[in-house]
Design a protein around this ligand. Structure first.
Ligand SMILES: NC(=O)c1ccc[n+]([C@@H]2O[C@H](COP(=O)([O-])OP(=O)(O)OC[C@H]3O[C@@H](n4cnc5c(N)ncnc54)[C@H](OP(=O)(O)O)[C@@H]3O)[C@@H](O)[C@H]2O)c1
Length: 276
């Protein structure tokens, strides 16, 4: 079985996500010589070369070599063109193809690459940019157990990852963790704004809300208690927290959140259709 650090990896697209994944892989013991990347943008290539010492190319087929893994890190809108462009290079390698593009279904990647490729579709989120991402993974039937293991190694270099057994669940992952950071930011934004209205200095409100979000997330991760038990433990009868939670209930927060996640799930399904 191949070790993660024995692999050769080719990135197609060297934007924000590729940069964070390359950083994560180097932190896990990869050598820069094991990685190559292609991107038409000079600025991104310069970042990758100067920051990591990784060789980059303008053309996606240039110095393609025989990578074990090809990571598709371009925007969904150009995925069809890019995959068709590299189809022959990929076919010559037997490489595992990992797509990080939102909304691009495995069946379309299979069609555009026109080979029996082993393909993993992933749905990462923006905290991956600081190594704290949460990624959903779905594999087609050509992906071996070993390749699944290697994929986890790659995506876990920028956070945590979990497999889903049916592709439609990637839309649910998109609605939960893909778009999730924005839900928390919105909540934090409203808390910050109200605390300022109630008299706190903006910088104090910002610091306190950031640390509260961070502390709550870490507590939820580390505690053996469920999230709802943790919430109950903070809520004393007739106390301040109960007053706030009753206000949320009266304003049907649960229903609001349900509707929001359903809207994101539906939009994800719709986008997949548009991108295909
Ligand atoms: N950022 C996130 O947190 C996040 C979360 C979930 C999923 N994703 C997915 O990850 C993918 C990459 O996102 P990103 O945020 O890294 O985007 P990005 O920063 O825009 O990176 C994409 C890169 O691809 C380059 N590119 C354009 N045309 C190309 C071509 N023909 N061949 C090769 N490279 C080309 C772009 O160059 P130019 O800028 O010069 O066009 C850019 O450097 C997207 O599909 C997105 O859906 C991202």
């Amino acid at each position: 079985m191949k070790k993660l650090t024995d692999l050769k990896v080719r990135f197609v697209g060297a934007g924000n996500m590729a940069v964070s994944l390359i950083g994560g892989l180097l932190n896990r013991g990869f050598m820069p010589s094991q990685i190559t990347a292609s991107d038409p943008g000079g600025h991104q290539r310069q970042i990758v070369t100067e920051k990591f010492g990784v060789q980059t190319f303008t053309d996606n087929n240039e110095h393609f070599g025989i990578p074990d893994i090809v990571i598709l890190a371009v925007k969904p809108q150009i995925m069809k063109k890019v995959t068709q462009d590299i189809a022959r290079s990929v076919a010559e390698t037997n490489a595992l193809v990992i797509s990080i593009a939102a909304g691009i279904k495995v069946e379309h990647l299979e069609k555009w690459l026109s080979i029996d490729a082993a393909i993993v579709r992933t749905m990462p989120n923006t905290p991956a940019l600081i190594g704290e991402g949460a990624t959903g993974l779905f594999a087609n039937t050509n992906v071996t157990k070993e390749q699944k293991h290697l994929t986890e190694g790659i995506m876990d270099s920028v956070g945590i990852s979990h497999w889903v057994d049916e592709e439609f669940k990637i839309d649910v992952v998109t609605a939960l963790s893909g778009s999730g950071p924005a839900y928390f930011f919105l909540f934090m934004e409203y808390m910050e704004k109200t605390a300022i209205e109630l008299g706190l200095k903006p910088e104090v409100a910002t610091k306190l809300v950031e640390q509260t979000a961070l502390g709550s997330a870490i507590l939820a991760q580390r505690s053996p208690d469920s999230i709802s038990t943790l919430r109950e433990k903070v809520t004393s009868p007739n106390g301040t927290t109960e007053a706030a939670l009753n206000s949320f209930d009266n304003n049907e927060l649960e229903d609001t959140i349900k509707q929001a996640l359903n809207a994101a799930n539906n939009r994800s399904i719709q986008l997949s259709k548009e991108f295909s």
